[in-house]
Design a binder for this molecule. Structure first.
Ligand code: SAM
Length: 356
């Protein structure tokens, strides 16, 4: 074992020297998920409640749940679980060295979540790959209201690189577009919203984002059939035919969806999270993006003239001066979001690019 530190917690992981790579270790720990865990601690804090029952049914080393207990100040009862026996033993050890109390189970996550029916305030699904197989049970475990969080590392499927797999796993049509990261995120939220509706929950996304190898999503969920109907106000289809390319397609083949077309997060809670310190710039960017309703971003090369284009920073300034509100996006280094139409943006940026 190796002793590590993350946030305010010390914990054991399998010795990285002994096992080449994180996937061959007997218990899974990915240091590249630190930001995911830190932002999750912040959102629990910003949620503003205490004494919460938090269930993390795919715990690995237990680091995530233990950080919630130690750092958020929001946890009353902590329920950890892993299907691997070795993992649960390590979780117990890690709880002990941090002086944290928790119930630890060694079951299939879905079995546990069904058994916990109606008792949890926060359910966090952090699987290998897709959270889809656990989402229905996650809502079962939730009380009248609470937080549902999920990580998805099957990003290639969600962004439309494997359309058939996407259709099987998420029941949605996705194919590659220039704004594929946003398609992936909205694809995931759309799926969760439909599962939520099937369990009579309405969801309001509080934070959703992409970081290289995963998508992350946290929503406030509240039970009620009438409210749950509202989820479908935010579900829609996106028509994309690829700029000026002329393509003959079968009916429906140029539509992506169903996708979430509503807000991807709540700026107020994001600003509150930013007050706690870490990741301030990232959080401010998210809050700005969430204030734009249009469900896609544009990318600078789409407005180039003869291969020439102003930089993103210049473009944001030019658009602002032309009275068009736009923001950078965490989803692409050369992307920006705006509620204005492609035509309006192109008129301003292309004119500028011609002139330079
Ligand atoms: N949440 C952890 C963290 O933040 O460090 C990492 C969890 S890891 C990505 C996924 C874990 O789920 C693994 O430890 C694996 O053993 C466990 N697992 C896989 N399938 C499961 C199932 N059906 N029920 C419960 N646990 C499962």
């Amino acid at each position: 074992l190796a002793l590590r530190r993350e946030g305010a917690v010390e914990f054991y992981t399998p010795d990285p020297e002994k096992y080449g790579g994180i996937y061959s270790a007997p218990v899974f720990y990915n240091p590249a998920m630190e930001k995911n865990r830190t932002l999750s601690v912040l959102i629990l804090k910003a949620y503003g409640k205490t004494g919460l029952t938090v269930c993390e049914p795919l715990s690995g080393t237990g680091i995530r749940g233990i950080r919630y207990a130690v750092e958020s100040g929001a946890v009353g009862r902590l329920v950890l679980n892993d299907i691997s026996k070795e993992a649960t033993e390590l979780i117990k050890k890690n709880l002990e060295i941090n002086g944290v109390d928790a119930e630890v189970y060694n079951e299939d996550a879905n079995v546990l979540l069904h058994r916990l029916r109606d008792t949890c305030d926060v359910v966090d699904i952090d699987p290998f790959g897709s959270p889809a197989p656990f989402m229905q049970a996650a809502f079962r475990a939730l009380r009248e209201e609470g937080l549902i969080c999920a990580t998805a590392t099957d990003t290639a499927v969600l962004v439309g690189r494997y359309p058939r797999k996407c259709l099987r796993r998420y029941g949605s049509v996705a194919f590659r577009t220039p704004f594929y990261i946003e398609v992936g995120l909205r694809n995931l939220i759309g799926f969760v919203a439909r599962v939520a509706a099937s369990e009579d929950y309405k969801i309001e996304p509080l934070m959703s984002y992409w970081e290289g190898h995963y998508f992350r999503f946290c929503a406030y969920a509240v039970r009620g059939a009438r409210d749950a109907d509202d989820n479908f106000r935010n579900i829609g289809y996106l028509e994309y035919k690829g700029g000026l390319r002329r393509v003959t397609t079968r009916p429906g083949a140029s539509y992506l969806g169903p996708l979430w077309i509503g807000p991807m997060g709540e700026p107020l809670i994001i600003y509150k999270m930013a007050e706690f310190g870490p990741h301030q710039d990232f959080l401010k960017l998210l809050a700005e993006e969430y204030s734009v309703a249009a469900p896609w971003y544009y990318r600078m090369p789409e407005f180039a003239v003869g291969g020439r284009s102003v930089t993103l920073k210049e473009a944001l300034k030019i658009l602002r001066e032309a009275g068009i509100y736009s923001t950078a996006t965490h989803m692409s280094p050369d992307g920006f979001k705006t509620d204005s139409s492609y035509g309006e943006v192109a008129r301003v940026l292309k004119t500028y690019n011609y002139a330079t």
